[in-house]
Design a protein. Structure first.
Lengths: 247, 627
């Protein structure tokens, strides 16, 4: 079952075509990796899906509904959780506080001027923190956390909205090798268990080839190859791009 | 006022245009330095008007003594140039002593630190030149008038019309033909690149501030034949210079020129069509430009907005200690009249009123990350709302006190709708413009507000007319409002507000409507400040536009900062602290402004966490050491 359908997405900045005619689909429970060298247009594509950037042309459909041109908030409410390449978290709040903020948003309680925030959705937040492996850091301000743990906070934030699609931009960048494998395994398990689609970009090819069901190769803004990890691994054109011999 | 038939006269239109261009030139020269300094250092120099004023004072003194030594045009112009250089040198000293230490500080601290310089320069000017106005000499050879289209036009004004474009041309030459100028442009365009080029940044920054302040001084020096030097001119010119800089686009010199011409002509012709609202018109134009083009006519958007990292300190959870302290404070305030005399009671009322004012500001500042530099607007609107409802609608005090928060809250909501669309320094400038707009209305709408004289005889109802009863009324109302504001920080609304402050990007991507969160905070803070204003007017019995002026906003900021903007209850301590300082220490000296200025600088440089924040840091260090 297709959840995300991207058709002919294009975007240019001045004279640079950062994305040209990008089309693909992500199904429920499917892990799709978007790979490509630096500057291939991965983050541009991500930002168009997440509502941070408006595409010049093309459309994005979520569960059959057009979401092109909607802002990040509406896209989140439509069931898309996202993590950023450079983490964005609430530095002065604790891990629990961060997740609670997302839960308050999900339950539409953010304008409530009377309840105590401290205990609100605390158990749910603790469960989410545990799920991403942060149960021991739950009361620490995220400003004090290591970079790898911030990535986990972001994942917990994304999950708080009970998303049907996760957009993860470089989810394991800045993490130690064993942490990376750990996190990707958790994400893969979650995707299968809860039928969540995952679209991720990644530089770590081990992670890509181990966990992705489907791989998209982006080069100079266009998708130049797509297929299973095995097919991509065998594709000489892809290898040429990564070795820098492609035109 | 001018008859409409006469206004249509062509030669009159020409003269009026020249008048407009002359004031545009003066404005441009003053504002160009502000925009250059901002471009390179990213500091909005609140003290820019002070350097304009210094230029005027130096020029009246220097031209006079030069002309005493040798009478002639050369002496006059040598005096003007020397005054500009003098202002530049004092500016360079400010850069070395103060600005250098705050380049990386949050914008709020920069604005406050340079405002402290305003206070110190005001005292210095009175100390050096005396409190009286000083008339300068007129320029030899330019004392008369020339005939233009059959009308007499002062020759000196004509020179001013030319001076603006000449200075613009000189700046263009400097920026395009000299290494220093190229570096200034490079720094304005991209600051990170500059540090990679291996340029001596300290020298570049000092040089830029020298140039900017010398231009301010030149602007001030050029106007000595038109108006005397006085110690209030700084605040008037800074408001106009801000308007010009913001409309033109901060950092853009041609933009400042364009905006100055726009404002100059607007004033010249506005006075014919809307003689009563010229001031209002100027700030209205600025507000409209900021809403439509947030980066000004020729400005460019900031590539990335600086985070208020210094503000992102974890919130201390509300615990039993805090409850005990709060109850203790209430009991102490309730018992205070037992030991207080009439003066202390009056002081107590004032402290409570300003504590609520500071606390309301801190909801925006500390918890929302919204740098409101015009919080006086809501305090003043609340005060005027009370006074006007009582005076013109004949309502009793009870109704007037109800009207204060409602009207101030509604106004804050309306203005906030535009304000929350901006961020950082542009947001601060728009809040300032809104406050100045309110000030201009109170000042110019004489029939309703009493203008400069204000309104008198605003007294409480009979039952509350005794000091003691009014004290308890104030305690009850400010207590309830303060409890609500403090409590609010710990609610889901406050949680969302703090989240939005920490990272707007993250907040939006988990469905938090950052603007809505801030807008509601703005309305609540405005209503609370309005209540404080209403209580204030009944305690004083009268009101005038000064409650809406910049110093009132700065008082609120100082109280919040003194107490600690990262804390929940700090602003209450700050209000008490500032009033003790104002009522007990400052009367001991004629130079209370300097004292206040130095206090602000000390806060910014040494105790950015404020009283409550410093105490908390000390406590947590001790706890940390013990465990």
């Amino acid at each position: 079952m297709t959840f995300l359908k991207v058709q002919g997405l294009s975007k240019s900045f001045g004279g640079v075509q950062a994305a040209r005619d990008v089309s693909f689909e992500v199904g429920a429970g499917q892990l799709v990796a978007l790979i490509g060298p630096n500057g291939a247009g991965k983050s541009t594509t991500f930002n168009m899906l997440g509502g941070q950037l408006l595409p010049d042309r093309g459309g994005v459909e979520l569960d059959g509904k057009k979401i092109t041109g909607l802002g990040p908030r509406r896209i989140w409410r439509a069931g898309v959780g996202r993590t950023f390449q450079i983490t964005a978290t609430f530095a002065s709040l604790t891990v629990a506080g961060n997740v609670q903020a997302a839960l308050m948003s999900a339950h539409r309680r953010l304008l409530d001027p009377f309840s105590w925030a401290e205990g609100l959705y605390r158990d749910e937040a603790a469960a989410l923190a545990k799920r991403v492996g942060l149960e021991r850091a739950i009361d620490r301000p995220v400003g004090e956390l290591a970079y790898g743990d911030l990535k986990r906070v972001e994942l917990a934030l994304a999950l708080a909205g009970k998303p049907r699609l996760l957009l993860m931009d470089e989810p394991t960048a800045g993490m130690a090798a064993h942490e990376r494998a750990d996190l990707m395994a958790q994400v893969a398990e979650l995707a299968k268990a809860e039928n969540v689609g995952v679209l991720f970009t990644e530089h770590d090819m081990d992670a890509v080839f181990t966990h992705a069901d489907h791989v998209l190769v982006l080069h100079q803004g266009a998708i130049v190859a797509r297929g299973t990890p095995e097919e991509i691994r065998a594709d000489s054109h892809v290898r040429a791009i990564y070795l820098g011999t492609a035109a | 006022m001018i008859e409409s038939g006469e206004a249509l006269d062509l030669s009159f239109l020409l003269i009026q245009t020249l008048n407009g261009l002359a004031s545009a030139s003066a404005l441009f020269i003053a504002a160009s330095g502000l925009t250059i300094i901002f471009g390179v250092t990213r500091i909005v120099n609140f003290a820019h008007g002070s350097f304009y004023m210094l230029g005027t004072y130096l020029a009246v003194t220097l031209t006079q003594s030069f002309m005493d030594a040798w009478y002639g045009a050369a002496s006059f112009w040598a005096g003007v140039v020397a005054a500009a250089i003098g202002a530049g040198i004092i500016g360079a000293a400010m850069e070395v002593l103060l600005l250098r230490r705050i380049y990386k500080a949050p914008e709020l601290f920069q604005l406050l630190a340079t405002f402290a310089v305003v206070l110190i320069v005001q005292d210095a000017v009175i100390y050096l030149f005396g409190p009286q106005d000083i008339l300068g000499p007129r320029a030899p050879g330019l004392r008369g008038a020339v005939m233009i289209a059959g009308e007499r036009f002062p020759a000196y004004e004509l020179l001013l019309v030319a001076a603006g474009p000449v200075v613009l041309g000189a700046i263009w030459l400097l920026f395009n033909k000299t290494r220093f100028g190229v570096l200034v442009r490079a720094a304005t365009h991209d600051r990170t690149m500059l540090s990679a080029l291996g340029v001596n940044q300290a020298l570049l920054f000092t040089g830029t501030v020298f140039l900017g302040c010398a231009l301010a001084g030149l602007g001030g020096a050029l106007q000595i034949p038109k108006a005397p030097a006085n110690s209030h001119m700084d605040v008037n010119i800074i408001a106009e210079a801000f308007v010009v800089t913001v409309i033109g686009g901060m950092g853009s010199v041609p933009g400042a020129f364009l905006a100055a011409v726009l404002i100059g002509l607007l004033q010249a012709f506005g006075i014919l069509i809307f003689p009563k609202i010229t001031l209002v018109l100027v700030f209205l134009v600025m507000a409209v430009v900021l809403v439509v083009r947030p980066w000004g006519l020729l400005g460019t958007p900031e590539p990335e907005l600086r985070g208020e990292a210094a503000l992102m300190v974890p919130l201390r959870p509300w615990d039993r200690t805090m409850t005990f302290l709060a109850i203790g404070a209430l009991v102490a305030l309730a018992a205070f009249p037992l030991v207080a005399d009439a003066f202390a009671l009056k002081l107590g009322i004032e402290v409570m009123v300003f504590a609520l004012f500071a606390l309301s500001l801190n909801l925006l500042l500390g918890h929302g990350g919204v740098i409101s530099f015009g919080h006086a607007a809501w305090f003043g609107i609340g005060a005027y709302a009370s006074a006007l409802v009582l005076r013109h609608a004949g309502a009793p005090m009870e109704l007037a006190l109800l009207a204060a928060p409602i009207i101030a809250g509604l106004c804050a909501f309306a203005a906030g709708w535009f304000i929350v669309r901006l961020s950082g320094v542009y947001l601060a400038m728009l809040t300032l413009a809104v406050a100045q707009l309110a000030y201009a209305i109170a000042f110019q709408w004489v029939e309703v507000t009493g203008g400069d004289n204000g309104l008198i005889g605003i007294w409480p109802s009979d039952w509350a007319s005794g000091r003691l009863v009014y004290y308890y009324l104030t305690l009850a109302l400010t207590g309830i409002a303060a409890a609500f504001l403090i409590r609010l920080v710990f609610t889901p609304f406050g949680h969302g507000l703090r989240a939005a402050r920490d990272s707007a990007l993250r907040a939006e991507s988990i469905g938090i409507d950052v603007r809505k969160q801030r807008l509601v905070a703005f309305a609540i803070a405005g209503a609370a400040a309005g209540l404080a204003g209403g209580l204030y007017v009944f305690s004083k019995g009268n009101i005038d536009p000064s409650v809406l002026a910049i110093p009132t906003s700065v008082d609120a900021l100082t109280m919040a900062l003194l107490g600690g903007i990262q804390t929940v209850t700090g602003p209450l301590l700050g209000a008490a602290g500032l009033h003790l300082l104002k009522d007990f220490v400052m009367p001991l000296t004629d130079y209370w402004r300097t004292l206040l200025g130095l206090t602000i600088i000390a806060l910014v440089l040494l105790f950015p966490a404020g009283i409550a924040g410093t105490l908390r840091n000390l406590l947590s260090r001790r706890e940390g050491g013990a465990s």
